[in-house]
Write a protein that binds this ligand. Structure first.
Ligand SMILES: *Cc1c(COP(=O)(O)O)cnc(C)c1O
Ligand SMILES: [Zn+2]
Length: 415
């Protein structure tokens, strides 16, 4: 099959490279020169059309491999990534204050988060390029998903997490047999240490901002949403933002389909951050450039003080005519309960932040009640039991006795 990659363009200086000239970032700009893979859409159009999707029996994200700049040699051996459900809300749209709300449940991926889409690509690329060990730093999900897919494909992993990483995510690393370095520092310090180690040992680097292939995995979530809505995506898509790679990927997915003539508009993107760590939102509100922020939120996956992909994330929101909002930890916990009780979906704090963000945007008049919205529920709530404790009233112990049970239920008003 033809490879539709046209070139690699630096998002800072716009210099153009071919695939063999680059490994991670722009050689002239250094680490900030994040590359964008550009496709020959004219050639791709002839092959990737509605008929291609209608007759494609693969419902994992690999159904899009022609749009992902990867060879399909080892795809058959991978775990199933993507193909996650898109649910129309039965009840939650009312609390949010809009007519039509969809939830893309990324918690159903193999390691329980959207990060599997990027890690799958990273692992295939590492194999393609002949690496034996792959490494990253992560607040948790990128790490656990990398460990998961590397284990499946027989690669070794060296993984750096900050000491605050939630227990569920850290336990995943051990089960998947990763070599874990828990750094006595915040995410920024963890990232810096991983960078030194990766440079020194020459491992393949899965840090999402600098590795140009990973966004090609992340974007498949948008391709799926568009397909699941029969190529008429919602007016808005809400995504929580840490480094900014996910929202950049979401934009790119919709952009691909737009360029292929498969959708006729790109949804407005709502970037959501936690008020305890909101460098993008602060920059948006003050109309100044992004400055380092504290990392102080229960939404660990988006507590990123220095975003590593600021240009692509900023452009994604701007080019889509979208907006930025921040939400408090209390709002996140409130919507965590609402999502569970009203829809039966258990999201992790960073994922739920996007729903709380939609509510905030409706309150602020950014989203109109008649507009439709898709929320990407980026991760599974089981990963972070400590945060859940803050959102719930734990059950009380009842004596093993029927009379005691009757008394208990009566008191609760259940019977
Ligand atoms: C990584 C992650 C995000 C944010 O993605 P970025 O690329 O860092 O912006 C949001 N939610 C969850 C659950 C994540 O793991
Ligand atoms: Zn450059």
């Amino acid at each position: 099959m033809a490879n539709f990659v046209k070139d690699f363009r630096c998002t800072l200086c716009n210099k153009i490279y071919n695939e063999l000239e680059v490994v991670y970032t722009c050689p002239s700009c250094g680490e900030k020169g994040i590359l964008e893979i550009e496709y020959d859409y004219k050639a791709m159009r002839k092959f990737v059309d509605k008929c291609y999707f209608r007759t494609n029996p693969d419902f994992s994200m690999w159904r899009y491999h022609h749009l992902m700049a990867i060879e399909n040699k080892h795809i058959q051996k991978m775990l199933k990534i993507g193909g996650t459900p898109l649910y129309k809300a039965n009840h939650l749209h009312k609390s949010v204050g809009i007519k039509s709300l969809y939830i893309k449940d990324e918690g159903q991926n193999p390691s329980g988060s959207l990060k599997d889409r990027a890690s799958g690509v990273a692992v295939l690329k590492a194999i393609e390029k002949g690496y034996k060990t792959i490494s990253c730093s992560s607040t948790g999900n990128a790490a656990s998903s990398l460990a998961c897919h590397a284990a499946r494909m027989g690669l070794k992993t060296l993984i750096f997490v900050p000491k605050r990483a939630p227990i569920g995510k850290v336990n995943q690393l051990s089960i998947y047999g990763s070599n874990v370095v828990m750094v006595d520092g915040n995410y920024k310090e963890t990232y810096e240490l991983s960078k030194k180690a990766i440079d020194h040992y020459g491992y393949y680097n899965r840090n999402a901002a600098i590795n140009p292939y990973l966004v090609e995995g992340k974007k498949t979530v948008a391709l799926e949403i568009a397909e699941q809505l029969d190529f008429s995506p919602t007016d808005w898509v809400a995504v929580s933002v840490g480094d900014g790679c996910t929202i950049a990927g979401v934009y790119k997915g919709f952009y691909d389909f737009y360029m292929l003539g498969l959708i006729d508009k790109i949804p407005k993107l709502l970037g959501v951050q936690s008020s305890g760590c909101s460098p993008f939102v602060t920059a948006f509100e003050t109309k100044k450039s992004i400055v380092e922020a504290e990392e102080n939120s229960i939404a660990d996956s988006i507590s990123v003080g220095i975003p590593r992909n600021p240009v692509k994330a900023w452009d994604a929101v701007e080019k889509s005519n979208g907006s930025w909002v921040s939400v408090s930890d209390d709002d996140i916990l409130k919507y965590m309960r609402k999502l569970g009780t009203k829809e039966g979906i258990f999201g992790e704090p960073a994922g739920v932040a996007a729903i709380a963000g939609v509510r905030k945007a409706v309150t602020l008049g950014i989203i109109s009640p008649i507009e439709s919205v898709t929320v990407i529920m980026t991760g599974n709530g089981l990963k972070d039991p400590k945060s859940v404790e803050k959102a719930i009233n734990p059950p009380v112990l009842v004596k093993n006795d029927f009379k005691a049970l009757e008394h208990y239920l009566k008191e609760k008003g259940e019977n």
